[in-house]
Design a protein. Sequence first.
Length: 260
Amino acid sequence: MLKRVVVFAYGVASYGVFFATFLYSVGFIGNLVVPKTMDSPSRMPFLYALGIDVLLLGIFAVQHSVMARPWFKRAWTRIVPEPAERSTYVLLSSLALIALFAFWQPLGGMVWNIQNPTARMVMYQLFGLGFGMVLIATFLINHFDLFGLRQVWLYLVGKPYTHLTFRTPLFYKYIRHPLYVGWFMAFWFTPTMTGAHLLFAVMTTVYILMAIRWEEKDLIDVFGEKYERYRESVPMFIPNGSTARIVAAEANQPVAEKAA
């Protein structure tokens, strides 16, 4: 019983670190409230700063992708208790982001700077909508499973873990990756686009586009023909007129963006 309690406490603590990191990311990317943001004053020569930022983004991308692959999970769970695997992934992803926040180097330079107050407000609203869409999407595909809480809770109460079934709730009826659409909005809708922000937006966008290919391959391995039909019928990011028809046939079956 002690082991179950420890694993559960570990899962809750890992989730707490994630949620604090998520909230900080809003301020970091949006230059809001937090002490150090993406666009704080530059402090070192451009090339040094650029190298550090690319390295930090690369570390996060490698950790976030490699640890999400099934082959890594099979090897990793020989060391980490299986119920804590997802929590460990969430914790290490959060720590990689915390390192990025701590060591990020602003680059200076200006790509655009919107001066009109109404236009700036619209950009901030779209930025906030992006983060809201990310959060809503996680709940649609089971927020607590995505961040490891469901796994450690089932282990605590002595129930076996059951995999989620394939469903297409709300946004997922019209686009396959609403969570990533939310991230794109959060990264790109800014009234002031600096050099550092552009680097961040471009690299994270490229990473997401690459990661989707690996993720969808994993989803096909798990859900087979159901996901194949879904992928053929529903666009990746932009809804079209035909998507509303699809889902009636697939209605109770998750598109779980478990990784990137």
